[in-house]
Design a protein around this ligand. Structure first.
Ligand code: 5GP
Length: 143
């Protein structure tokens, strides 16, 4: 067992407090969605709860329900805005489970037939993220 307490200075907590910038596409009083800075597919979005939680193991059922509902709304907009054929949804728990940022988040990855995910770790330019974010914002009206 290697679970630790929630760290209020993790990157996504700082984005929530407005201390770090993010290309936001959706926000309610419960959730925030923004572009992943190292997208593994064009239009890769992260959805996070505003409530502090490290991952699936410590989030309250109520906050998890809000996150799931937000993820569904955003997923539909991503699929519509990016004209995707499908979606891959990912959520990692603890370092051994692939988690790097310890504020729970749901990855929404648009997918197209025959197009593989890119390897992790390549930063997108702000212009590219802004262009994809604009398509996804339009996707909320189309979804
Ligand atoms: P995970 O913790 O599920 O492995 O993934 C964390 C994700 O956060 C990665 O896909 C990574 O590209 C993304 N990420 C890391 N730092 C930042 C950041 O400062 N801004 C944004 N928008 N995404 C980030």
């Amino acid at each position: 067992m290697s679970t630790s307490a929630y760290d209020p200075n993790n990157i996504f907590a700082r984005i929530l407090r407005g201390e770090l910038p993010a290309e936001k596409v959706y926000e309610t009083d419960r959730v925030l969605a923004f572009m992943d800075i190292m997208p593994r597919a064009d239009g890769h979005v992260l959805v996070i709860p505003k409530a502090p939680a490290r991952n699936l193991l410590d989030i309250t059922p109520e906050d998890l329900a809000d996150l799931a509902k937000g993820a569904q709304v955003v997923a539909k907009a991503v699929k519509a805005g990016m004209a995707a054929d499908g979606l891959t949804i990912q959520q990692f728990n603890e370092s051994s489970g692939g988690q790097v940022v310890f504020h729970i988040h749901v990855h929404i990855l648009p997918r197209w037939e025959g197009v593989a995910l890119r390897p992790p770790g390549t930063m997108a330019t702000p212009d590219v993220l802004a262009e994809h974010a604009a398509r996804i914002r339009a996707g909320f009206k189309a979804a």
